[in-house]
Design a protein around this ligand. Structure first.
Ligand code: SF4
Length: 353
């Protein structure tokens, strides 16, 4: 990492030249900064401009906001969406009026304790209004920092977010934190944009890790959380002369573990029978034994437990193709079976083989 001073110097010089004139940049008043920051969450700058002006005309001070009927506050917010933001604004205004004599808390922790104010907003108000040396890290700043410092781990992970917070905090200049934080946000909003950033006009192009590695367009890395998909699975306990059929998984999921014969994605008995026929397993259906459920990270198995009996022992070659074995009770107890097979195993042990 280059010396913080030169990093800050380059960014601040760029900001003075390139910053967009925005109404909330003409003030240090914590009330006004706060209103703008809350409005800017999930809303475009152009839309916020008009709302910001009208809201401050209607509620020019913290006490005016605290004393207003809730309906008036919601009306002034109409069209911005996420109405909990407006309700929290008023709640926090009431706390400031009643518990702090109408004066904004001047510490990061004091701001953080107010309703609707999280780490980002507390950081923005304390640095912009009070000049405190704390970072204000919104989504834009996470992206800029991940690229600049070359963080190539999942940005959604709390550990990575802590790492970025520490790096950004270290990069804060001793003086001019207010402008530095705003400059970082501005860089993220106008230059280090999502998708392909405009490194060619960036004040950090010579020291930025991702720019050097030419992978800025791939950062930050965000690993999508997929909610598990449910699927029907027929789990068949196929018995024959004191033995039961087990298969060793070759698939990625549960690889190397033993399962009973199963059909993923389907528990219709006709199709189960057809699949067994196709695999040259001649069986008679005996009974439905019950159901079970297992939740994997990306999948939920809704299992139907079925009992079948082999009409004749398949040839070894048939078993080999399937990766299957016929095992005795004591053998079954020694094999590694996944947790997903627990209910099926219990049902199997109760059966007459
Ligand atoms: S050089 Fe490119 S990737 Fe790096 S901070 Fe600037 S715009 Fe973002």
């Amino acid at each position: 990492m280059p010396h913080q001073t030169s990093m800050a110097h380059a960014l601040l010089a760029w900001y003075r030249m390139a910053k967009r004139p925005l109404p909330w940049r003409e003030t240090r008043d914590p009330y006004r900064i706060w209103i703008s920051e809350i409005m800017l969450q999930q809303t475009r700058v152009e839309t916020v401009k008009g709302y910001y002006k009208r809201f401050l005309q209607r509620f020019p001070t913290v006490s005016a906001l605290a004393a207003a009927p809730e309906q008036d506050v919601l009306k002034a917010w109409e069209g911005l969406g996420y109405y909990s933001r407006a309700r929290n604004l008023q709640k926090a205004a009431q706390v400031i009026t009643e518990e702090h004599d109408g004066v904004f808390p001047q510490t990061y922790e004091g701001l953080l304790a107010l309703p609707g104010i999280g780490a980002y907003t507390a950081g923005a108000i304390s640095s912009i209004s009070f000049g405190l040396r704390v970072p204000a890290i919104d989504g834009n700043v996470y992206r800029v920092a991940a690229r600049y410092f070359g963080i190539r781990d999942d940005i959604g992970s709390p550990a990575v977010q802590r790492q970025i917070r520490a790096l950004v905090t270290d990069s804060l200049p001793a003086e001019g934190v207010s402008d530095y934080n705003q400059a970082l946000m501005e860089l993220g909003a106008t230059v280090c944009i999502p998708g392909v950033p405009k490194c060619g006009i960036c004040p950090w192009q010579n020291t930025c890790d991702a720019c050097g590695e030419q992978d800025a367009h791939l950062l930050p890395i965000r690993i999508k959380k997929v909610s598990p998909k449910a699927m029907n699975v027929a789990v068949c306990l196929i018995t024959c002369q004191g033995r039961i059929l087990v298969m060793r998984r070759t698939q990625k999921m549960l690889h190397g573990l033993y399962v009973f014969w199963l059909l993923e994605g389907d528990s219709d008995r006709k199709r189960v029978g057809k699949t067994m026929d196709d695999q040259e397993l001649r069986c008679s259906f005996e009974a439905v034994l019950g159901t079970a459920r297992h939740v994997f990270t990306h999948r939920i198995w809704k299992m139907e437990l079925l009992h079948y009996r082999l009409l004749k022992i398949p040839q070894q070659a048939v078993l080999d193709v399937l990766g299957a074995r016929l095992v005795t009770r004591p053998e079954l107890l020694t094999l590694p079976l996944p947790a997903a097979m627990r209910a099926a195993k219990e049902a199997a042990l109760e059966l007459d083989w």
